[in-house]
Design a protein around this ligand. Structure first.
Ligand SMILES: N[C@H](CCC[C@H](N)C(=O)O)C(=O)O
Length: 265
């Protein structure tokens, strides 16, 4: 059987080292399939990325962001991917500085400055305590553990055990964050990401979750600066007495790296 090759035009972006294959799919012709997306994200057989994002049209919005994890499955919200999609949309000329778009967890507003993207994250209703740890949803589910020495933490082994463990495993799993307090308003976060099933250089929704818990449970002040393996981020927010948060902003760079055409045979 002769099958004609499929050409996929893409642009690669990264936000603090969390990297994404970005596809302008306003024509909605990208052949969405789990094995294809997993293959494109593969770091040896494919382009290589933590996730793949389709930018589509959406009525009433500048664009729609559709996010898939590196395992090829559609994920929940991705904060770094959101910032990269905003930069991609700006590069495509869809807006100048301020944008409103829609993602899996609802509407997002963002401001794209030269150096940084300010991304408004979903409001957070509250968090749960899990022993000495915390669990909350910032658009994606996040487990947060404060540790003394995050460099010495076995992020993959410990993260995997929690992600697949008896509490979260049956509920679809969770992303797992390990956080060390670095200063009065700064933390260092390392994340085991569900769907990538590995540590990534940075996880935006995870960084957001850790910053909120550092405020709520350690009395830290906002905005909170966050160190990740892939560089610095900031999280600003408004906290309420009932434990909820709104006006949450994830702030940091989003960079276009290269573009290309991938031939699938
Ligand atoms: N890297 C992402 C998180 C993706 C969440 C994903 N791993 C899932 O649980 O579906 C971020 O920057 O927020």
């Amino acid at each position: 059987m002769i099958t004609s090759p499929l050409s996929i035009r893409f642009v690669k972006y990264q936000g603090t080292g969390n990297d994404f294959i970005m596809i302008d799919d306003r024509s909605e012709t990208f052949p969405v399939s789990q094995p294809l997306i997993e293959f494109l994200c593969h770091r040896r057989f494919g382009i290589g990325a933590d996730g793949l994002i389709l930018l589509r049209n959406a009525e009433g919005y500048d664009f729609r962001m559709v996010y898939f994890n590196a395992d090829g499955r559609e994920g929940s919200m991705c904060g770094n991917g959101g910032r990269c999609t905003v930069r991609f949309a700006q590069d495509l000329g869809l807006f100048e500085e301020n944008t409103t778009f829609i993602a899996v967890d609802g509407e997002h507003k963002a401001v794209a400055c030269e150096e940084e993207i300010f991304l408004n994250m979903s409001n957070v209703a509250g968090s749960e305590k899990d022993g000495a740890d915390f669990f909350l949803n910032t658009g994606s589910p996040h487990f947060v553990r404060f540790v003394k020495d995050v460099e010495a933490t076995e992020v993959v082994a410990d993260g995997k055990a929690i992600r697949y463990g008896e509490v979260y495993g049956p509920k679809g799993g969770t992303n797992v964050n390990f956080t060390e307090v670095m200063g009065e308003q700064s933390i260092y976060v390392r994340t085991y990401e569900r769907g990538v099933e590995d540590e990534t250089y940075s996880c935006g929704t995870g960084v957001t979750a850790c910053a909120l818990m550092a405020y709520q449970h350690l009395g830290m002040n906002e905005p909170i600066s966050v160190k990740t393996k892939g560089g610095p981020l900031r999280v600003s927010f408004v906290a309420h007495e009932n434990g909820s948060f709104d006006n949450i902003y994830l702030i940091g760079p989003a960079v276009r790296v290269f573009e290309g055409v991938f031939e699938v045979n």
